[in-house]
Design a protein around this ligand. Structure first.
Ligand SMILES: [Zn+2]
Length: 231
């Protein structure tokens, strides 16, 4: 059965490529904000590691993007539909606790059902990491003997600036920093993520009031403790 991995430039999809036995990968250049840095990163990763990578521009979603560069709603449904032309098993990386409308175990089950009906053969949309947090994924990567410097070639920042720089001031950088720190890896950030204002003004109160699953709170506190920044 043919498989394909929807590849992003981020911290999860590179370990996923190893975890799944190096399947074909597909990156959608959908015209979104910050895509050039992602394209540069996926091309560099593919060249360095012999990945079978397709960069597709068949889907231009730029008219649906917001000026804030927010994620395009239900884009994963569109990605899965186009991936179904190519493979029966479509891996799209979600992690433990993800629950956005288009990225959760339930959402992927619905996509699988819908696509199987229309394509008229069994299609499975799934993530290999529903039972793992980002910190768990990095821990698995290290335990498998894979090199730290390769992992640090990934790109996770939602506020792209100069090439390959992580701002340290966005939710993506914060999650990256937590996963790396909890595995004793020093990431490179333009500003220390643990000093970001939003930690005090948003994350700490939101976590205290139950707005995050317990495993996310635990990982956040564990990382903050290592830099003595516990609130
Ligand atoms: Zn950032």
């Amino acid at each position: 059965m043919s498989e394909i991995l929807l590849f992003s430039a981020g911290l999860d999809s590179f370990p996923a490529w190893h975890y799944l036995g190096k399947p074909r990968t597909l990156y959608f250049d959908s015209g979104h904000y910050g895509r050039q840095q992602e394209i540069d990163t996926v091309q560099a990763l593919a060249a360095a590691h012999g990945m079978d990578l397709e960069i597709s521009n068949e889907l231009d979603l730029s008219r649906w993007a917001t000026p804030q560069g927010d994620l395009i709603p239900f884009r994963n449904v569109l990605f899965a539909m186009l991936a179904a032309f190519r493979a029966e098993v479509i891996w799209c990386v979600g992690v433990k606790g993800d629950h956005t409308a288009d990225k959760s175990p339930e959402a992927f089950a619905r996509m699988s059902e819908m696509l199987s009906t229309f394509v008229d053969r069994p299609i499975r949309v799934d993530s290999p990491f529903w039972n793992m947090t980002k910190s768990d994924i990095v821990a698995w990567y290290l335990k498998s003997g894979l090199p730290v410097n390769h992992l640090l070639q990934t790109f996770s920042c939602a506020t792209p600036g100069s090439a390959f720089t992580h701002c340290g001031r966005c939710p993506s950088c914060l999650r990256r920093w937590i996963a790396l720190t909890n595995n004793d890896i020093t990431g490179h950030f333009a500003a220390p993520p643990w000093t970001w204002d939003r930690i005090r003004t948003y994350y700490v109160p939101a976590m205290a009031s139950g707005g995050y699953p317990p495993h996310r709170v635990e990982e956040f506190h564990r990382a903050m403790a290592t830099v003595g920044a516990l609130p």
